[in-house]
Design a protein around this ligand. Structure first.
Ligand code: AFU
Length: 416
């Protein structure tokens, strides 16, 4: 694939110029209606210009096979994260020397539970949210006999865990900015019928300017209409809402609880469920004990916080989801935007990324290591060679159609 293969395309419906790369079908950004493909190159351009002729005929269009990436297209640079099922690498797409994050999942592990739906969900959520300013977008997907690969836009500033390790706690003004951008991201997901279910410091990334981007859609729940509920027990212990712990059906409310926990953490410099001295007492170090604390212990708000901050925390950390800030009715988001804590936020400006972030990550180059967790920076990056006996047991039909390329993400900024 080559970035000089940018051709001229126009949406047959709204006549707007659209962009694509290689030989892939394309969706119009303006009306989001049509997927177009064209048989042959007419104008090969090096720099996109937006003044194409919208009246060019579309008669040369025909469906073509998707272009595909493979592991050979990437240089693996280093490990940046590791979860139970996946490893996340920093990689470079060699041809355009562009840095990406690559989530690598072993098919053998995916299949262990007999359920590969979460992979479909992760991919589908990526497709749904790519191009939202505060949600990490997908570049492409491909597979080898042993593994699945998600190539994800690289977010350069690292995550909020590392930021908090440097800062300990944030001034209310900074915390307000992050909480407000996260709220917009959550509200967008909810509007798409998606419960995020994994909001935590580690999943909040900062871009080069300091705007937030949420990542990791592996445990999202899709297809939730207002008022719908689900019941799977999942999440990261410290952030799990009481209604999940109680085994009750739950809805979007769980994400606002997690935002409460996260906002508490960045304002107070510790979790609302930390117990002083717990580390010395083994009984207080268990997950069960933590769950009891989440369910029952009175949450103490540090006196140093303003009344407004204390109130917004109490609002999100309300154990009754029906009374929780942002939850009671379908239009509950205005309850958040109109909360006194957010009074100084211009939500329209914020949505357009026009509010200047309180902190700009320091980056010397796009391979800068400053924001990397030290435990990973020395870890060698390589994928173990495929083992025939393992691969033979994999039902490859489960992964058919996993390949994907997102033409919108690849278009302008990455290819000029
Ligand atoms: C899907 C889980 C994690 C991810 C995707 C990302 C991602 C990204 C940059 C980073 C992650 C990044 C950059 C620097 C540091 C870190 C992450 C610091 C220590 C872990 C993360 N499922 N990851 N761009 N797109 N980390 N904690 O999407």
């Amino acid at each position: 694939m080559n970035c000089n293969q940018l051709l001229r395309y126009f949406c047959a419906y709204c006549k707007n110029r659209i962009w694509r790369l290689g030989r892939q079908g394309f969706k119009c950004i303006q009306c989001k209606l049509l997927v177009l493909v064209r048989k042959k190159s007419r104008n090969t351009v090096n720099k996109p210009n937006l003044t194409g002729d919208p009246n060019k005929p579309l008669d040369e269009l025909e469906p073509v096979s998707q272009p595909q990436y493979s592991l050979d297209d990437f240089e693996l640079i280093r490990v940046i994260g590791r979860g139970s099922y996946a490893k996340v690498l920093m990689v470079e797409l060699k041809e355009v020397r562009q840095i990406y994050a690559m989530k690598v999942i072993k098919k053998a592990l995916v299949k262990e539970g007999g359920n590969i739906n979460w992979i479909r969900t992760e991919k589908h959520v990526f497709e749904t949210v790519s191009n939202h300013p505060f949600l990490v977008g997908l570049h492409s997907c491909f597979q080898t006999p042993s593994r699945l690969f998600f190539v994800i836009e690289f977010v350069q500033g690292g995550d909020l865990t590392s930021h908090m390790q440097r800062e300990r706690r944030l001034p209310e003004k900074h915390a307000r900015f992050y909480a407000a951008e996260i709220s917009l991201a959550l509200n967008f997901l909810h509007g798409k019928g998606i419960i995020y279910r994994d909001l935590k410091l580690e999943n909040v990334l900062l871009d080069h300017e300091g705007h937030i981007k949420l990542t990791d859609y592996g445990i999202c729940k899709e297809g939730i209409r207002p008022g719908d509920t689900t019941s799977t027990f999942c999440g990261t212990p410290n952030y799990i809402a009481p209604e999940i712990l109680c085994g009750e059906d739950y809805g979007f409310s769980v994400d606002w609880w997690s935002l409460g926990v996260l906002l508490y953490e960045i304002l107070a410099g510790r979790s609302p469920f930390d117990i002083a001295g717990a580390s010395e007492n083994p009984d207080q170090n268990t997950e069960d004990y933590l769950f009891q604390v989440i369910l029952k212990k009175t949450i103490r708000i540090p006196r140093s916080l303003s009344v407004r901050a204390a109130n917004v925390l109490k609002g999100f950390l309300n154990r009754n989801p029906a009374d929780r800030l942002g939850c009671p009715n379908p239009d509950a988001f205005t309850e958040i935007t109109e909360h006194p804590f957010f009074e100084s936020i211009d939500w329209d400006m914020l949505k357009q990324k026009k509010v200047i972030p309180p902190y700009k990550p320091r980056l010397s180059s796009d391979r800068d290591l400053a924001n990397f967790p030290p435990e990973f920076t020395n870890e060698p990056v390589h994928l173990t060679p495929d083992d025939r006996r393992v691969i033979e047991k994999i039902d490859q039909s489960e992964f058919e159609g996993f390949e994907y390329v997102n033409p919108l993400l690849m278009s302008l900024e990455d290819c000029v």
